[in-house]
Design a protein around this ligand. Structure first.
Ligand code: VOV
Length: 250
């Protein structure tokens, strides 16, 4: 068994999930005019994000989050970390941001692990690979986000397995994933060196039960059953300018 079989990974756009809670007490206490101006300013930012997506230089998605961990998530894909930092700062400078708190965030880079590839091919020349490294977020009805690791216990250490063992397990994982084609879209963000977990998994679906089913089915698959370690799960509903304004009505 080799202990130095680091995998070649392919990286695409950098990603930033900005989770916010709304301070309703403060928001309700603001005048109608102040709220309208804050919303107009936020919509102005959303228009710049939409323009970036139309130019093919990134992608953005906005969702309302269920449960108490957050109320909103703004998910960004951009070419550079500088742009993500600018987006964070621009948002934090808005009036709307002053009515929110930031309970959680996640930074990663869209990653393909290249376990399944065609030998001899330049993967980045393949349009299917490029579509996955530089994806347009689908804006389907629901989002699910969670961070995860591959276990590093003495008995079950993913990083001590041979390339062939990992490849076989990932093939099985990919087969399960592919059976959800068209129903679940996954964005895997590699976050080693960037954030507290090894990957941030973002799933999109029009039926939220697809999240329950795919995550449950994968738990029986060896790679998740033996090696998967999971952080908090967050789930939400898509927002657009109109539904965001409706959510913020008081
Ligand atoms: C639509 C569903 C779907 C599909 C088609 C899919 C396919 C694939 C393929 C083909 C590959 C390998 C090559 C590559 O492309 O990277 C991967 C890779 C990966 N996956 Fe996956 N996955 C899905 C879905 C999917 C889910 C739901 C999860 C969470 C796991 C769970 O238990 O909750 C997940 C995780 C990952 C991770 C963390 C990696 C990187 C692993 C590493 O060690 O590097 N993934 N995945």
């Amino acid at each position: 068994m080799s202990t130095n079989e680091a995998l070649l990974t392919l990286e695409g756009w950098y990603t930033y999930h900005n989770f916010r809670t709304i301070n309703w007490e403060k928001w309700r206490a603001a005048s109608a005019q102040e709220r309208q101006e804050a919303l107009d300013e936020l919509n102005g930012l959303i228009r710049t994000w939409d323009a970036n997506e139309a130019e093919g230089k990134g992608s953005t998605a906005v969702y309302s989050i269920l449960g108490h961990k957050a109320d909103l998530v703004f998910m960004f894909l951009r070419e550079t970390m500088q742009e993500l930092d600018e987006i964070k700062t621009a948002f934090n400078k808005t009036r709307f941001a002053a009515y929110t708190e930031a309970p959680y965030s996640y930074v990663s880079v869209v990653e393909l692990s290249n376990y399944v590839h065609n030998p001899g091919e330049d993967p980045k020349a393949n349009p299917h690979v490029r579509d996955r490294l530089y994806p347009v977020l689908p804006k389907w009805e629901h989002i699910c986000f969670y961070p995860m690791n591959k276990k590093r216990d003495l008995q079950d250490n993913w990083y001590m397995l041979s390339m062939q063992e990992r490849q076989e397990m990932m093939r099985s994982h990919g087969l399960i994933g592919r059976s959800y084609a068209g129903r679940v879209k996954q964005i895997i963000g590699g976050s080693v060196g960037f954030d507290d977990w090894e990957w941030g998994v973002t799933l999109f679906a029009n039926d939220p039960l697809e999240f329950k089913h795919i995550v449950y089915e994968m738990r029986f698959d060896e790679v998740s059953a033996r090696f998967g370690e999971f952080g908090n799960f967050l789930v939400g509903n898509v927002l657009n300018v109109e539904t965001l304004a409706k959510k913020l009505e008081v």
